[in-house]
Design a protein. Structure first.
Length: 188
């Protein structure tokens, strides 16, 4: 009879350990999943700051570079595209397109010495540079959150809990645009 009790106690302890592991792992995965959403909200926040600065930048450049209308219209169109993007992936694509357009806009600015000396433009350029730095930091944090979550649901016991609970791998990394991978050409 004593052996039966020890076996029952052993089974009860094992069940409690398994339940505790499941409970702890599940809560950890939920925390990491929410961390992805919180990190994305920060990326979205600093991207919104960038898009709030763009109309002022475009209007300042318009006064000096009226014949660069096509580029300015593209920047404005891309800003609208980002504002109307519904999903995270659409916002990522719009943000990447905007980075290329802003880079081309800064190249155009180099051709206008008066514009480069304009105090309003310089202040906007500084604000935009600071915003771009914030975007880079928040993107890194977001990608770290996605990496931590993916690592947790692929490692044991997270893989078992994720499989039983319906958690799936996130492929929503924020990557550099293809154009950013090419070195810019500088000509004198």
């Amino acid at each position: 009879m004593r052996t039966v009790w020890w076996v029952l106690i052993g089974i009860a302890v094992l069940v409690l350990l398994l339940f505790g592991t499941y409970y702890s792992t599940y809560n950890d995965i939920v925390r990491l999943d929410e961390g992805i959403d919180g990190s994305w909200a920060q990326v979205d926040n600093v991207l919104q700051r960038r898009y709030d600065l763009i109309p002022n930048l475009v209007n300042t450049v318009k006064g000096y570079a009226a014949h660069e209308r096509e580029l300015l219209e593209e920047v404005t169109r891309l800003r609208s595209q980002w504002a109307s993007a519904g999903s995270m992936q659409e916002k990522v694509e719009a943000a990447e397109a905007m980075e290329g357009a802003l880079a081309r806009l800064m190249v155009v600015v180099e051709n206008y010495p008066d514009l480069k000396a304009n105090q309003n433009f310089l202040a906007l350029q500084d604000e935009l540079a600071g915003t771009e730095n914030r975007i880079a930091v928040e993107r890194r944090r977001y990608n770290d959150a996605v990496r931590q979550y993916n690592t947790r649901i692929r490692a044991i016991p997270g893989a078992w809990v994720a499989g039983m609970s319906g958690f799936e791998r996130s492929d929503a990394y924020f990557e550099a645009a293809a154009a950013a991978r090419e070195a810019p050409r500088v000509q004198f």
